[in-house]
Design a protein around this ligand. Structure first.
Ligand code: AGP
Length: 619
């Protein structure tokens, strides 16, 4: 995830900025840069590098730059590939204003067109750069208005044109020592240290300098100088935001105050849904997948889909199969990449292979991609890592926007994968004429609603999940069951539980129980079932009755308001009512939290389970 740091004070800014950027490295990035004011308001020097902050540090180490005011950034590519030109800071045409930005500007294409028509020259492919030019216009005069000649006022004016999310810091050669800051839907922290004022996107970047910070709220603006900080609302009225004292240590700060990365990443999931969907649907109802790499004509010819992946990514594929077959009516098979690559699957030029990989470098998935391409398939990648081998070796790609996932157990990347695969299923259905624009728009809106539904689960179900975990923690084994989408989700629930709590768990299609697994059930045996309202609800309930009769401890993930299920279940975890197609996005969240609770109760390290690595890059 992109990172921002800024400093104005009495010390050398370059050292403080590099130190702050290094602290932000754990979040993941592909390039880094700083902008430093020259002495006496002469101008701004910008230094940018693709790759590690240490590369930028070496470049700056040889430089005798005594600037005491600057801004820095680590970039995780969204619009435009990783490159020096796309790295932040970005500058105005005359180079006298530089900015760093986190977030996504949804209307950047329109803004860019308008700015170019008014004579602005763009030097990157990013959405961010429009901000630099908008601020320049507002500062100098332009677009029919007189200039503000006040950096913060110009930033406020620029923000009125932007639709989207931003955490923004700007400097201007004409206002030495001033940093102007804005925030909407992207975190910004501001603090005053002994030698100057600091801004960052994450408290970890400033924690050595100050522990008393202002967490800027949406629509608030700040002006930092070496002497102090002032705040305004969007109309320029002075405000006094509350100061928060941070008593976290560095380890906690990296985890955003959460006790472990797994919980932090589970709580990021509403954002992942939103970010993965930003800019994907035009007002006219056209789905926009920027790196599609395949023409609509090629997509229309697709008559068979294979989803290939491993582990959690494979489970995302199980969900995609349901969606692709029911919406686009294209036969879809899901295969473990480790099996696919050693078989002789039926592949023709009209076969689409969808490779799903969080890391984008899993050896089996990569080998399967290469094999599929040799056999003539079109390959589409779904990955979390920009420029990864899966992205490079596929014809097209959707990036999941989960940002760097640190816990070994995949959580937020799974949600990003399912949302991305849902987009792909919608696109195939649209291209094939199986769903009309009105239907696509409705489904897209409901897909976006899952962000709030996940938040509701996170806010309200922790206690119920804790109670359910107590019922599992001493078990020797557990069974996850469901039907339809519920069966697909059960696989992920069982994998999460076994990989982090070392408790044996299996997933079964509930209807298959009576063909063998029911023999396992004795009094107290945990059966975890997805019993959300769906066309197969009654069937799952009747399968659970068979388990109840044998004394199983029954834990259900059910639709809020379902009173009947309480008659059979020992523990009920609720999710909001949602269309069956989107159940995986919400119903998986309680299962992730349940696995984590059980693991903690059993004394396991939830971030770094034994025997496992984050990505498996060798055979
Ligand atoms: C699950 O929590 C694991 N992290 C694992 O199953 C993972 O999904 C699998 O190794 C595939 O990794 P990839 O998505 O990076 O290819």
């Amino acid at each position: 995830m992109c990172g921002i740091v800024g400093y104005t004070g009495s010390e050398q800014a370059k050292d403080i900025l590099i130190g702050g950027l290094k602290r932000l490295e754990y979040r993941g990035y592909d390039s880094a840069g700083v902008a430093l004011e020259q002495a006496g308001g002469d101008g701004i020097d910008v230094f940018r590098r693709v790759g590690k902050v240490s590369g930028l540090e070496s470049e700056l180490a040889h430089l005798d730059h005594t600037s005491t005011c600057g801004i820095g950034h680590t970039r995780w590519a969204t619009h435009g590939r990783p490159s020096v030109a796309n790295a932040h800071p970005h500058s105005s045409c005359d180079g006298r204003i530089s900015i760093v930005h986190n977030g996504i500007i949804e209307n950047f294409a329109e803004l860019r067109e308008e700015l170019e028509a008014r004579g602005h020259h763009f030097a990157s492919d990013t959405d961010t750069e429009v901000f630099a030019h908008l601020i320049e216009e507002a500062y100098e005069s332009g677009n029919g208005k007189p200039g503000t000649h006040d950096l913060l006022a110009a930033v406020r004016e620029a923000c009125t044109h932007v639709i989207g999310a931003y955490g923004l810091a700007a400097i201007c050669a004409d206002e030495p020592g001033v940093i102007a800051v804005a925030r909407k839907d992207s975190p910004i922290i501001i603090g005053k240290g002994e030698t100057g004022s600091y801004v960052a996107s994450d408290v970890i970047a400033v924690i050595d300098a100050t522990r008393d910070v202002v967490v800027l709220e949406d629509g608030q603006f700040a002006r930092l100088t070496p002497e102090g900080i002032s705040y305004t609302d969007a109309d320029g009225n002075a405000i006094e935001p509350a100061v928060t004292h941070i008593d976290w240590d560095i380890d906690m700060a990296e985890k955003g105050g959460y006790p472990d990365f797994m919980l932090k990443e589970i709580f990021e999931q509403p954002r992942v849904v939103r970010d993965t969907l930003v800019g994907r649907l035009s007002g006219a109802g056209e789905l926009d997948i920027d790196e599609l790499g395949l023409t609509y004509e090629e997509l229309d010819l697709i008559d068979r889909v294979y989803v290939i992946a491993c582990g959690t990514s494979f489970h995302a594929g199980l969900i995609a199969k349901n969606l692709i077959e029911s919406w686009a009516r294209i036969p879809c098979e899901v295969e473990a990449a480790s099996e696919f690559r050693y078989r002789n699957p039926i592949i023709t030029p009209t076969t689409l292979v969808v490779a799903v990989s969080q890391s984008g470098e899993t050896a089996d998935t990569l080998a399967a991609i290469r094999d599929a391409r040799i056999k003539g398939a079109k390959v589409f990648g779904i990955t979390n890592v920009v420029g990864s081998p899966v992205a490079r070796e596929s014809d097209g790609v959707i990036y999941t926007k989960a940002n760097k996932e640190i816990a070994v157990a995949s959580t937020k990347s799974f949600i990003g994968q399912v949302v991305s695969l849902t987009l792909l299923a919608l696109l195939l259905a649209q291209v094939k004429g199986k769903l009309n624009t009105r239907q696509v728009k409705l489904l897209f809106r409901e897909l976006g609603d899952t962000a709030e539904q996940i938040q509701w689960i996170l806010d309200t179900q922790q206690e119920a999940i804790h109670e359910a975990a107590l019922a599992c923690k001493d078990a020797h084994s557990a069974l996850f069951v469901g039907r339809g989408m519920g069966a697909a989700i059960s696989n992920e629930g069982a994998l999460k539980l076994k990989e982090i709590s070392y408790l044996h768990a299996e997933a079964y299609a509930a209807g298959e129980m009576k063909h063998g697994p029911i023999a396992l059930i004795d009094p107290g045996f945990p059966v975890i079932a997805v019993t959300t309202k769906s066309p197969v609800y009654d069937k799952v309930v009747s399968n659970l009755k068979e388990c109840e009769a044998r004394g199983a401890k029954i834990i259900v993930v059910a639709t809020e308001g379902d009173e009947d299920i309480k008659q059979i279940a020992d523990h009920v975890i609720c999710i909001p009512e949602v269309r069956d197609a989107f159940t995986p996005i919400t119903a998986t969240v309680p299962l992730q939290l349940l696995a984590r609770e059980v693991a903690l109760m059993r004394g396991c390290d939830v971030d770094q389970p034994r025997n496992l690595a984050k990505s498996v890059t060798v055979e």
